[in-house]
Design a protein around this ligand. Structure first.
Ligand SMILES: [Zn+2]
Length: 529
């Protein structure tokens, strides 16, 4: 059937839409397109004054015609009936004038579907066709919204949309432009924005590129930076990342290679610090509420030796796009042993003596190791398998009251061992103390309660400990291999203070012990019980 060029007559008088063969020349047929099978026919509508009250009446009649036409012919469906604006204006006047107008209908091959014709407007802004809209008011609102979001996006003032032209049209509901489409078309009229594949992290626009493949490829490369060879890893972005085709300010648009650089740039988060005189890593860490380990972790090659004027990072650069990786690792870890504690009234409080040494156990730990941008942030234990249990130890805990530092006046022998030299004249010089020969490491104890007056190197004495006992009394312990007390510390009679050694002027391991009264060496023998 030759629908092409057929002439349809719609008589509002009779309410009938007649179908007549028209002159082929009057048909505004678009070149029949094989895929869409579009044919254009013209409808002549007689509009007597008496019958047509409203335009919607005509619309309804056309709809009915379309339905019956489709039904009768089976393979046509009216997709769109287009009226030129001036013709529609006429149609609106049919209440006052009897007139016949011509409506162009586009018939498209296809199955019959519900027909929902309506009067709409084609919006033309500054000469650019933007779309078909149902409601001018909500469209004007959209214009304001698009304008203000454009100003936000570009960060500057932009002329508002002017020169609004609306052309009435009879369309099907599905032919109305979506808000998205209207927005896109409005934005496309601006030179400063362009449609591209925009990469967002959360709601932050990072950059954009014209090729979707470039955007995806760059995102994959960002993730791949954190892959470890031979490790099964889960790699994700730390925030939801989306790629959207939309209008973006042209300043955000990058070349295929530029996208990767833009995604791996640092946000301006890093902070530097210049080392000042007397700074230590510890003092810097404390000032910035970090740990020394944190400082070392973010500064490559940083050691505890720092110099005035050195610049170190106190906050690391954070890439604009953070990557979260996680993988499962198995490691062997010790299980610490516990000690049974036994109180000992003869042992000074604060001192402990191991009676039985405990042994750590071992376990295999399976952990999920989570990192952000390659820095470990979290370890989650997934499972543990005990290889060996720990064996507890036993420790003696001192329960004796702490020293008061008040001398008892009676001295005890500060070390065991053979007395090899006594106080007094010794060949050409005078021996100011008493020597106890014993192997290196033998404990030296305080001869009486007192306060450590000196502990350190002292000429021929080697490592020397001096204790004052009040009333001008002092004791000296020389040639020590180790000093176990500090200056100012209170010690009690019998408390270990050092170990026998061979430091200073000494011919073999021994303790040189002196007793002094008001600075004058005394014979220790007279004070020892
Ligand atoms: Zn001596």
């Amino acid at each position: 059937m030759a629908i092409r060029g057929d002439f349809l007559k719609y008589s509002l008088k009779t309410g009938r839409l007649d179908f007549e063969v028209a002159d082929a020349m009057t048909c505004k047929t678009k070149t029949p397109n094989k895929r869409n099978k579009i044919a254009v026919v013209e409808l002549e509508v007689n509009c007597p004054k008496t019958k047509v009250k409203t335009y919607s009446h005509l619309e309804k009649k056309l709809g009915e015609f379309a339905m019956s036409f489709s039904r009768n012919n089976g393979r046509f469906n009216i997709r769109r009936i287009i009226c030129a604006a001036e013709k529609l204006a006429f149609v609106r006047k049919v209440a006052t004038y009897s007139f016949a107008t011509v409506i162009t209908a586009v018939l498209v091959f296809g199955s019959v579907s519900a027909i929902d014709l309506r009067l709409a407007n084609e919006a033309i802004i500054n000469g650019h066709p933007i779309g078909v809209i149902a409601d001018k008011k909500s469209f004007e609102k959209l214009l304001i919204d698009v304008h203000s979001s454009l100003e936000t996006t570009l960060g500057k003032q932009v002329d508002s949309f002017k020169n609004h032209v609306y052309i009435s049209r009879l369309v099907f509901k599905k032919d109305l432009s979506s808000d998205y489409k209207l927005r896109q078309n409005l934005l496309s009229t601006f030179d400063e924005v362009s449609q591209a594949y925009a990469i967002y992290a959360g709601d932050r626009l990072l950059c954009a590129t014209f090729e979707e493949q470039s955007a995806m490829g760059a995102l994959d490369r960002v993730k791949a930076q954190y892959a470890k060879e031979g490790v099964q890893m889960t790699i994700d972005f730390a925030e939801p990342v989306t790629v959207r085709k939309e209008f973006v300010p042209i300043g955000y648009i990058r070349s295929a290679e530029g996208v990767f650089s833009a995604l791996t740039e640092s946000s301006e988060d890093s902070q530097k610090y210049t080392i000042k005189h007397k700074d230590t890593l510890w003092s810097i860490a404390r000032e910035y509420d970090m740990t020394v380990d944190d400082l070392i972790a973010i500064n490559d090659n940083l050691t505890e030796i720092i110099h005035d004027g050195d610049v170190i990072l106190i906050k690391k650069d954070k890439p604009v796009l953070s990557v979260r990786t996680s993988y499962i690792a198995t490691s062997e870890e010790p299980i610490p042993y516990d000690n049974d504690e036994v109180k000992d009234d003869n042992l000074l409080a604060g001192n402990t003596v191991v009676i039985k040494q405990g042994t750590d156990g071992k376990k295999n730990v399976v952990e999920e190791i989570v990192s952000i941008n390659g820095d470990e942030v979290e370890r989650n234990v997934k499972s543990e398998e005990i290889i060996s249990n720990p064996v507890g130890g036993v420790v003696k805990i001192g329960a004796k009251a702490p020293p008061t530092g008040i001398a008892s006046g009676r001295l005890i022998r500060p070390a065991f061992g053979v007395i090899t030299s006594r106080y007094g004249r010794r060949s050409r010089d005078f021996h100011t103390g008493m020597d106890f020969a014993n192997p290196i490491g033998t404990p030296i104890v305080a001869a009486d309660n007192g306060t450590v007056e000196f502990a350190g190197r002292s000429g021929g004495y080697g490592n020397l400990i001096k204790i004052t006992h009040g009333n001008g009394m002092e004791t000296y312990y020389g040639h020590c291999s180790a000093i176990l007390v500090k200056q100012g510390q209170k010690v009690s009679k019998g408390q270990q203070i050092g170990r026998v050694g061979n430091t200073g002027n000494s011919t073999g391991p021994h303790l040189h012990f002196e007793v002094r009264k008001n600075g004058e060496p005394q014979n220790p023998q007279s004070y020892l019980n």
